[in-house]
Design a binder for this molecule. Structure first.
Ligand code: PPE
Length: 304
């Protein structure tokens, strides 16, 4: 269950958690045209710090632009509101969920004149795929559901409705006894997890699917930038599910999932079935960065 916090920011004002309600005829609730973000704030020696806040807010505005929703706040105002929401709730460490949605007004697919509404909630959220998963890796199954085609939904937008594809894949994987799903694209190549980008390691080279059919993950981009500094070679190219079977290492990245090693795919051990050295190295560096312990990456943190 979700741990409740005190206040939720709704359209410029703070309301009590219990009163953060909307009308049942809210357009987004019916048709899914809305955009959200997932951001994390970490405890550092200098107080709470939000990881790559600017990048997340930029992506939220890109999603809105794609969906033709104009938020009634600027990106700067959103950044300030996010920081304020963390502060008002006295959070040391939390997950942050901004949501832009189409409010109550007209029904029918064309939401002419309906207000664009914005909310920001925060709550404590531990390891998304479990502490055990972070430490020793998770078990993954290739999904029977195919990832969104690039001309069916807009893959550069973090659109609420697109997550039906993810929830179907996730519940199937869990029902089959796995921790997470790995989803193939319409050409049959590996795309991403239900809420994570995926990396494999072969002969010391980091490989991740190219952007067209996956979300432009901010953790993904961070890992690529970190790998470059660590002199780890990176290739953005397509690969098949059996290339994951024979990879030396594999891991997921995402705001919620952070850096989670994959120890098994479709009942086949990846490498020796334990998090490998490249995964460990990047995972350790990632956690040092978000906790403010890596001076070279200070600019990735927005202190509250
Ligand atoms: N792919 C998808 C489909 C996705 O939803 C996410 C984030 C990513 C990749 C990784 O992106 P980034 O967080 O920028 O590195 N998924 C969010 C929602 C998870 C949820 O269960 O809700 C997240 O991780 O916050």
């Amino acid at each position: 269950m979700l741990s409740e916090t005190k206040k939720i920011w709704m359209d410029g004002t703070f309301v009590d958690w219990a009163d953060a309600n909307i009308h049942i005829l809210t357009h987004t609730l019916h048709y899914g045209t809305g955009a959200f973000e997932g951001i994390r704030c970490y405890k550092t020696k200098k107080g709470p710090a939000i990881f790559r806040l600017r990048e997340h807010v930029d992506r939220l505005f890109d999603s809105c632009h794609i969906l033709k929703m104009k938020p009634p706040f600027s990106a700067k105002e959103m950044e300030k509101a996010i920081i304020e929401t963390v502060r008002v709730n006295s959070m040391e460490e939390c997950y942050i969920r901004p949501l832009v949605y189409i409010g109550y007004g007209a029904m029918g697919l064309f939401p002419k004149g309906n207000p664009i509404k914005v909310a920001i909630a925060v709550w404590p959220w531990g390891a998304y795929l479990g502490e055990e998963g972070i430490r020793n890796g998770i078990r993954v199954k290739v999904s029977s559901f195919t990832r969104l085609h690039i001309n069916v939904t807009m893959t550069k937008s973090k659109t609420c409705g697109d997550y039906v594809n993810s929830t179907l894949a996730k519940s199937e994987a869990v029902a089959c006894g796995y921790d997470e799903a790995l989803i193939l694209d319409t050409s049959g190549f590996v795309s991403e997890g239900t809420g994570q980008n995926v990396f494999i390691v072969r002969d010391g080279m980091l490989i991740t699917p190219p952007l067209p059919a996956v979300l432009e993950g901010i953790t993904r981009r961070s890992i690529i930038e970190m790998a470059a500094k660590e002199k780890i070679r990176v290739s953005e190219r397509n690969f098949t599910r059996d290339e994951v079977y024979i990879a030396d290492e594999a891991f997921f990245t995402g705001t919620a999932a952070e850096v989670t090693p994959i120890r098994e795919v479709d009942n086949r051990a990846v490498g020796d079935g334990k998090p490998g050295p490249v995964t460990r190295k990047l995972q350790n560096l990632f956690f040092r960065i978000v906790k403010g312990e890596a001076a070279a990456y200070k600019s990735w943190l927005a202190h509250v």
